[in-house]
Design a protein around this ligand. Sequence first.
Ligand code: 5RP
Length: 220
Amino acid sequence: MQANLEKENAALEAVKLVRQDMTVGLGTGSTAEYAIHAIGRMVREGLRIKAVATSARTAALAAQYAIPLMAINEVEMIDLTIDGADEFTANLTLLKGGGGALLKEKIVAVKSRQVVIIADASKYVERLGKFRLPVEVIPDAANYVLRELTGKGAVRMQEGKPFVTDEGHHIIDVDFGLIADPHRIDTQLNNIVGVVEHGLFIGIASRVIMGVGEEVKIFN
Ligand code: 5RP
């Protein structure tokens, strides 16, 4: 499938930035997994790094390659994080959290010197918002947050029950329509009691590497 080739090409380009003795943030999702497989192969061939994982799923994959993992809180600074996104714009604003890992993804990203986003071409948009914005909430606050979002949100479900994040929270996916002003939505969500974090990443990404057909395109 074309999208998978684009994801893999973007990932293979991104892992060229990994150097000996770096601390590397490992993202979550199908695109990030291509990078983890590639880094895993590099570790098997002698690359020496420490890594932090943005989800239990990512930690499990990293463990298969014996990539040495540290707790996020134990690392002072992360040299390079490679992660995916659900949508991105040319000015490197991201919408993330489709995989439900946005909280640790954002913590890892803000602790990183360089955040490289890898994506297939379908992820590029002129305006964010076709993909509903994931908002992570304390379960006891979910109904309150839904009310504050005036019908725009729905609790993410999995097998008939609310989806539970690695941190034991729920996700509300919110349809804001096309987002003209991400800063306004960021402020609005940060002011709702019970919201833990949301999937708008503003001013965090350093670069997006997008696979497009057989090529890769870089957004700086
Ligand atoms: C997980 C994420 C992912 O990066 C995002 O959902 C993209 O996933 P994929 O690479 O599978 O399309 O934010 O929380």
